[in-house]
Design a protein around this ligand. Structure first.
Ligand code: PLP
Length: 354
């Protein structure tokens, strides 16, 4: 027996680059280009340094209650985690435990297969249709499965599925939990939260990282029925009781409170997205019509890898995956108007672009 044989070997998720240079136009990881709500800054200045010696509230009650109030549900129907990646991780362990394959789209958030492999959960991918839309019939007619997860809007395509399509999938699979990962829902899709009273197998997951401008704070949450949330809590308390730190809980509460600021940054990002779509079209790009804070674009002549390298050399970071089906696409996060103007100007100067 070798030492090596005792060790779990995994192929990890690869996060987008986080360059140190502040001059880089960083439109590669779908962060919000605007700061969090102004009340968050005031609160940071007033945080108690002495309280850091104390453990945080293991139940994260203040933030759970703030979210419950915001979404109009009882607080025992909300589970808060350290970013939605933490929530999804706990959800995979908790809900996908049957030994039967779980389903997710072939082109989707690239963490799902990583968690499935880590926990030995079998899975099958359901190819997106040629227009990048979710193949709803294929999900519905898949027979008995161990679970289903997909983002809405999907990532990295940005394309949203309608509520009636989501309902069809949830309804077709009462035998398993269906997780709708709504990381980008605030930018223009319809949330499946309106279905959580109707179906006992539905879990909706959202995050502060994109639309609430707080990727650095690490807050995500799941909303479902009491029973499914309790199962998540039980697993969380079997791994680590104190996942959320004190400042994140306090600052998170403040971020949920400021609805007006939240609406105002969404409006700005959506306006910039629509402007960027037009500019990209004029330059010969095509893309599925995004309802998220990014655009998944291919050029009609120039390979994506070349555009990616060119932009990088000019200090503009977008996301590119050398993977089947998507290796001619760039995922471009919506930044400020100024950043997107610079991005478009830089593209125009690329040799061969016009
Ligand atoms: C960004 C993202 C997440 C994770 O976000 P957190 O920062 O961990 O909250 C989850 N799902 C999708 C589809 C995402 O794009």
């Amino acid at each position: 027996m070798k030492l090596e044989d005792n060790i779990r070997k995994v192929i990890p998720y690869v996060a987008g680059e986080q360059p140190k240079d502040k001059n880089i136009i960083k439109i590669n990881t779908n962060e919000c280009p605007y700061p969090p709500a102004p009340g968050v800054q005031r609160l940071i200045e007033g945080l108690s340094y002495a309280d850091l010696r104390l453990y945080p509230d293991p139940n994260v009650s203040a933030l759970t209650e703030a979210l419950a109030k915001r979404y109009g549900v009882d607080s025992d129907r909300v589970f808060v985690g350290v970013g939605s990646d933490d929530v999804l991780n706990v959800a995979f362990v908790t809900y996908f435990n049957s030994g039967k394959p779980i389903l997710f789209p072939d082109v989707t958030y690239s963490f799902y297969d990583v968690w499935a492999d880590l926990y030995g959960i079998p899975y099958k991918t359901v190819p997106l249709k040629d227009d990048w839309s979710l193949d709803v019939d294929a999900f519905c007619n898949a027979g008995e499965v161990g679970g289903i997860i997909f983002p809405n809007p999907n990532a990295p395509t940005g394309l949203a599925a309608g509520l009636s399509d989501i309902e069809k999938i949830v309804k077709a699979h009462p035998e398993c939990v269906v997780i709708v990962d709504e990381a980008y829902v605030d930018f223009g899709a319809e949330s499946a939260l309106s279905l959580i009273d109707k179906y006992e197998n539905l879990v909706v997951v959202q995050t502060f990282s994109k639309s609430r401008a707080m990727a650095g704070l690490r807050v995500g949450y799941a909303i479902s029925n009491r029973k499914l949330i309790k199962y998540l809590e039980d697993v969380k308390f079997s791994i680590n009781s104190y996942t959320m730190n004190r400042p994140s809980i306090e600052l998170g509460v403040e971020a949920v409170r400021d609805e007006e600021y939240f609406r105002s940054i969404l409006k700005r990002i959506i306006a910039t997205r629509e402007k960027t779509k037009n500019a990209l079209r004029e330059l010969g790009f095509s893309f599925p019509d995004s309802s998220a804070n990014f655009i998944f674009a291919s050029h009609d002549r120039i390979p994506a890898s070349g555009i990616f390298e060119y932009l990088k050399s000019k200090g503009i970071y977008v996301r590119y995956w050398n993977k089947p089906r998507i290796n001619n696409c760039l995922r471009i996060t919506i930044g400020t108007d100024e950043q997107m103007d610079k991005f478009i100007e830089t593209l125009k100067e690329m040799p061969g672009m016009q």
